[in-house]
Design a protein around this ligand. Structure first.
Ligand SMILES: [Zn+2]
Length: 267
């Protein structure tokens, strides 16, 4: 996961008026799904906020599935709510509630073969259920459990294991740890085929870091070192698959006698 700045979203001409009309129709009792073209119309603009049209939750390249506009606060029912919740319908046409997601993160799926299940669908758990909104109100009243790519620091709370590419919390804070665990389950980040892809990236990164460390220690290999350092830098750039996880793994490799690693992370 990486931070996505939603304020960079550029709305097409006429979109706001269409969204406003749809919101009024839904207020009058219409089904938000009847106006789904309103959020679908923003798919391209949303996908453009993150390179390679990657999923905002899992950073997978999109070739595995059709991506969609996810409502961070579900527009339909909310299965985590203590009382019956018809969904955050009043946010169905609010662009700040949109996230660009792959179908694996977005829709409920079971991977029977590997014993995992996930997909956001109607999930939206809160840290304190008693503060849930059931109608329009200040959103900061709610503290979502799910890590949000559009929050400045949430993306850093999750990483992956070097040995198998499985996602893991990247924090010792008990609350953030729990949020990361919940997000792994709800976004189905432990979907086995995704773990395999992530693992492949991790293996390559670690091999490059090992080589970089060896070359760094040898003054005669300066040019070779620079080539490897550039390659490592590319692996943590926003356009690379699982770049947030690669940053997490690279952070684990920092050492006093290898200051170049920290410099690459900051570059
Ligand atoms: Zn995804």
């Amino acid at each position: 996961m990486r931070y996505i700045d939603l304020d960079e979203l550029s709305l097409p001409d006429g979109w706001s008026a269409k969204a406003e009309a749809a919101a009024q129709a839904v207020q009058g009792g219409a089904d938000p799904e009847d106006y789904s073209e309103v959020w679908r119309d923003l798919k391209h603009e949303l996908s453009a906020l993150f390179p390679e049209k990657k999923c905002w939750y899992c950073e997978s390249p999109v070739d595995r599935a059709d991506n969609a506009v996810d409502h961070f606060r579900p527009k339909g029912r909310v299965s985590d709510a203590l009382n019956p919740h018809a969904g955050y319908q009043w946010l169905a046409f609010e662009w700040r509630n949109y996230r660009y997601a792959c179908t694996f993160c977005n829709s409920r799926r079971k991977d029977v073969l590997h014993g995992t299940a996930g997909g956001k669908a109607d999930r939206f758990p809160l840290l304190d259920e008693s503060r849930r909104l059931y109608g329009p109100g200040p959103l900061d009243q709610e503290a979502p459990k799910l890590l949000d790519p559009c929050e400045l620091n949430d993306w850093e709370l999750i990483g992956c294991k070097q040995e198998n590419g499985k996602p893991c919390p990247a924090t010792d804070d008990p609350v953030d740890h729990m949020r990361a665990m919940e997000s792994i389950e709800v976004y189905h980040l432990d979907y086995e085929p995704t773990c395999k892809q992530r693992h492949r990236a991790a293996v390559q990164l670690m091999a490059d870091v090992e080589l970089g460390k060896r070359l760094f220690a040898n003054p005669e290999m300066k040019n070779e070192f620079k080539t490897v350092a550039r390659k490592i830098r590319r692996a943590i750039e926003r356009k690379s698959p699982f770049s947030g996880d690669m940053i997490y793994l690279l952070k684990g490799q920092r050492a006093a006698d290898h200051p170049w690693i920290q410099k690459l992370i900051e570059a």
